[in-house]
Design a protein around this ligand. Structure first.
Ligand code: MG
Ligand code: MG
Length: 269
């Protein structure tokens, strides 16, 4: 399958879907607290997505049972929502996709509950910085390898490792389209980006070694050394001279900080 170049109208539809993903993750952010089960977050997300006249993109995708991928601590991606209760000190990466008006949006964010170690904080901040820096080079005329190199270089400079088996991807009428967007590689290599290309950039960064394995559930990807991993993702339109980020973390961050302040108040009482 070739890379599908989108019209401005199609890009606006992908923006609507991508922003709905952000709204959904903001709803989820408000609900994250110790004791909540990941399945509860999943139900909340599915209801919110359907209430907004959209479909959860992951539900039923190759048989995936959830509307969200919820991956805790050493789980990298593709965690299945279930009866696991979240607790203080957890790192929780949540990936969400929706389909609305025939077009998909895809975005992920890594949350925490309560106190976390300095190194886990640095892992999360670095992963997010990898995404931000990658978006800066996700412009027409540059190559996919420029994104790959940017992510790998920053992650490894900070002492972390990059997951290689899973990659970013084109987004459009399909959740996963060409091109693949690896998080490791050489500057100036790979396909040249053109206006109208829409890609999901999604660094998956490990605190320890880069090796991963899949659990027997057929989905959950975990780090082989059981150390934590972080994941952030934006859907981006490759325009020029700057990329147009179609998804947004704004509402997620607002909900997240409100939630953190609330739990701090509860603690003081
Ligand atoms: Mg995703
Ligand atoms: Mg994706």
């Amino acid at each position: 399958m070739q890379v599908i170049i989108k019209t401005p109208e199609e890009i606006e539809k992908i923006r609507v879907s991508s922003l709905l993903v952000g709204d959904t993750l903001a709803e989820v952010a408000s609900a994250i607290r110790p004791g909540i089960k990941t399945i509860e977050l999943d139900r909340l997300a599915e209801t919110f997505i359907r209430d907004n006249d959209a479909e959860p993109a992951f539900k039923g995708y190759h048989g995936f049972p959830g509307s969200l991928c919820i991956s805790v601590n050493s789980e990298v991606v593709h965690g299945i929502p279930g009866n696991r209760e979240l607790k203080e000190g957890d790192l929780i990466s949540i990936d969400c996709g929706v389909k609305k008006d025939k077009f998909f949006g895809d975005s992920a964010y890594t949350f925490t509950i309560g106190e976390i170690s300095k190194e886990v904080r640095k892992l999360i901040d670095t992963t997010r910085e990898c995404l931000a820096k990658a978006i800066e080079v996700a412009i027409a005329g540059n190559r996919i390898g420029d994104i790959s190199f940017t992510v790998q270089n920053l992650a490894e400079k900070n002492g972390f490792t990059v997951v290689r088996e899973l990659v970013g991807h084109g987004v459009g009428k399909r959740l996963h389209e060409k091109p693949e967007v690896p998080n490791y590689g050489k500057r100036g290599s790979g396909m040249q980006m053109k206006p109208g290309m829409v890609i999901a950039i999604e660094p998956m960064i490990n605190l320890g070694r880069r090796t991963i394995r899949q659990l027997n559930d057929g989905w959950t990807i975990v780090t082989a050394d059981n150390k934590p991993a972080a994941h952030f993702e934006h859907t981006v339109s490759v325009g020029g001279p700057v990329a147009d980020v179609l998804s947004s973390f704004d509402k997620i961050m607002k909900a997240e900080s409100k939630n953190i302040n609330l739990s701090a108040e509860v603690k003081e009482v």
